[in-house]
Write a protein that binds this ligand. Structure first.
Ligand code: K7E
Ligand code: CUA
Ligand code: CA
Length: 641
């Protein structure tokens, strides 16, 4: 396996050969471990010398059969509109939670319950069948995840979905009024006023595309009418609490640990309509919202509304925020077209990744608060470092030991850099070596996150990198490739690439949290469902003119009704309650030719409504393998002509 002469060295000096050796060693580590344990002496002949790795590959990277991953990963899916749950570090995908887009496995978008969450038109059809999820974050308590909720954005239709992390289901979807291109999302971590509230009560949402407000089609050519809104959604009610009208646009969003500040990066301070215009200025901005002041302004009635929306909109424009002592928003100048903004786990800094500038900018939050209090004269002084890290910085993760890990899209690299050293360097100490390590990734990374990264409990064990291109890493499967998510061990000084995982396009953001922070429930509580059929004896066909209700229960391997009769033209609501109590004992319900398919998990109830427009005999069958008699688990729907 001597390919090194075909493989050019990368410009960084980190030879591809080195990389390949490290990866090969990682792949073989498990084998070596096993042979040692079992006492055999057959070491793999091709194993490179252990010296190729700076430190040992930790055990359990790929769990053995039956072993569990120590972390959950919560992933956005991109244009499939769902949320994905992974085990980390194995990268094994465990679940897809449909949110914005119908899902045939569970019947999302088919059942009445899911349609109600997704939203329907007058005729009962879904309002939208497409989505584009980018950013996902979970609720906090005391600066760490509390396992209640995760939220995820839909960029296309400006919707935010909440996922309950007890059942791993989407339970609410909210539209953001007057927003297009809803992109960044971040829950708050505390209340800025009430110190007793040390948990998430708000979710901040950035509107990326500026549109004429109100967007009636009359003002397309009036640039002064174009604005973006920064929105705050109530974590419990999921109602939009308020919005802030800003100049420029919103991209990514971050929140401070004390609850006092939220931020959004903006790449289009130029208010350009074409990309050349959007990159014409040398600097753009990172905006800081003073949350307590925004909420006070809303209380004081200092807001407008737009169009049909009743949501209060306060003024966050340059014009309305000139005086620091009353300003709701601070516009901090940062280099050209920034992308990610991330909060360091020591609660001190926000890091802005430069994207079109090869820099990272470190902003000290205490100084931002000083500026709002009139104690810091020049807003520019909130920047405590602006240092070169490489080409195309996009997102940053943290290890809890003072280091930041930023994706370099153009360099196809991860760069590990030390925040305090960068601050020293920026202050004039040119001997401060802030770049600690660089590692080639494959290829062109976008999002990155480390285990527990954006919490006070950042533990610096694993880094996942979402590489937008996989090229030669996997078997070719036609023009579109899987993306390559890479797992990197960051527990030592050097980053060590451990594994590649193909993922279906295209996840953006993700978080990695310790598995004991979630407390998943194994079966549903039947009382959560108003339509639950509590006793199988309540099953039957109940007619009210043309409206018919069919009540069925399931218990392996049978449905409670062996058949049910309908008349052509009936409007049928079929309710199914699963009476099995064993975890994972899910049943499906499919009606041929009626476009009906859904599942009911243990103790769950779901319903569907349809018109019995095709006469005949239809074998409704269980779609989910549940029992030795799974294939026999059927009921006859008889529609009389
Ligand atoms: Cu989070 Cu991809 Cu929407 Cu950056 S964005 S990569
Ligand atoms: Cu019930 Cu298969
Ligand atoms: Ca710009």
């Amino acid at each position: 396996m001597n390919h090194e002469k075909d493989i050019p060295s990368t410009p960084t000096g980190m030879g591809r050969r080195n990389f390949i050796n490290t990866a090969a060693l990682a792949g073989l580590a498990g084998v070596v471990g096993c042979t040692e344990k079992s006492g055999t002496t057959t070491a793999p002949a091709a194993a490179p010398a252990p010296a190729a790795s700076e430190h040992a590959v930790p055990a359990g990277v790929h769990p053995k059969p039956g072993e569990l991953d120590p972390y959950y990963g919560i992933w956005s899916s991109g244009h499939t509109g769902d949320m994905r749950i992974l085990g980390i570090p194995s990268g094994r995908e465990l679940l897809r939670i449909p949110c914005f887009v119908p899902d045939a496995l569970v019947g999302w978008g088919i059942t009445n319950e899911s349609k109600k969450i997704m939203g329907t038109k007058r005729d009962g059809s879904l309002r939208y069948t497409v989505g584009d999820t980018h950013h996902t974050h979970a609720s906090y308590k005391d600066g760490n995840y509390d396992g209640r909720y995760a939220w995820i954005n839909d960029k296309i239709n400006a919707r935010i979905a909440r996922v309950r992390l007890d059942y791993f289901i989407c339970d609410k979807i909210t539209d953001l009024p007057n927003v297009q291109g809803f992109h960044g999302i971040f829950p708050d971590k505390a209340d800025p006023v009430d110190p007793k509230i040390n948990y998430t009560t708000r979710v901040f949402c950035g509107g990326e595309f500026s549109i004429p407000l109100p967007n009636t089609g009359k003002d397309a050519d009036k640039p002064e009418k174009y604005h973006s809104l920064f929105s705050c959604v109530d974590a419990e009610s999921m109602e939009v609490r308020w919005q802030v009208l800003i100049d420029g646009n919103c991209d990514l969003v971050a929140s401070s640990y004390d609850g006092k500040l939220a931020a959004t990066n903006q790449y289009n301070t130029e208010m350009g309509v074409h990309y050349e215009d959007m990159m014409s200025a040398e600097r753009d901005a990172c905006l800081f919202f003073n949350i307590a002041r925004v909420e006070q302004a809303v209380k004081d009635g200092k807001f407008k509304t737009y169009g049909d929306s009743k949501v209060p909109v306060v003024d966050g424009t340059h014009e309305g925020n000139k005086d620091a002592k009353t300003a709701l928003v601070a516009y901090v100048s940062v280099p050209k077209n920034p992308h990610g903004v991330n909060a360091s786990p020591d609660a001190k800094y926000f890091i802005c990744a430069g994207k079109l500038s090869p820099t990272a900018t470190v902003i000290e939050l205490a100084k931002v608060l000083d500026w709002f209090d009139g104690k810091l004269e020049k807003l520019d002084d909130v920047i405590v470092a602006e240092v070169e890290i490489g080409l195309g910085p996009l997102h940053t993760a943290f290890d809890g030991r003072g280091n930041a890990y930023t994706t370099l899209f153009l360099d196809s690299q991860m760069v590990k850099w030390n925040i305090e050293a960068a601050i020293k360097f920026h202050a004039g100490d040119k001997s401060a070596k802030y770049v600690v390590d660089r590692l080639d990734v494959h290829y062109q990374p976008g999002h990155v996150n480390a285990s527990q990264s954006e919490t006070r409990a950042a533990d610096g064990k694993w880094l996942a990198v979402g590489c937008k291109f996989s090229k030669d890493r996997f078997l070719p499967v036609g023009p579109m490739h899987a993306e390559n998510e890479q797992i990197i061990d960051i527990s030592g000084d050097k980053m060590v690439l451990i594994a590649d995982h193909p993922v279906r396009s295209e996840p953006h953001d993700f978080i990695i949290l310790k598995r004991d922070l979630l407390r998943p429930k194994q079966i549903y509580d039947m009382n959560e469902f108003p339509l639950a059929i509590k006793d199988p004896k309540e099953s039957g066909v109940f007619r009210n003119g043309k409206k018919v209700t069919v009540k069925i229960t399931s218990q392996a391997p049978a449905f409670s009704l062996r058949e049910f009769k309908l008349k052509k033209g009936d409007e049928v609501t079929l309710i199914l309650t699963n009476h099995d109590k064993v975890e994972d004992l899910t049943h499906g319900f499919a009606i041929p030719k009626y476009n009906v398919q859904f599942v009911v998990n243990p103790q769950e109830t779901a319903s569907v409504t349809f018109i019995a427009d095709q006469p005949g005999v239809f074998w409704c069958y269980c779609t989910h393998f549940c029992h030795a008699l799974h294939l026999e688990m059927r009921t006859r729907m008889i529609v009389e002509a």
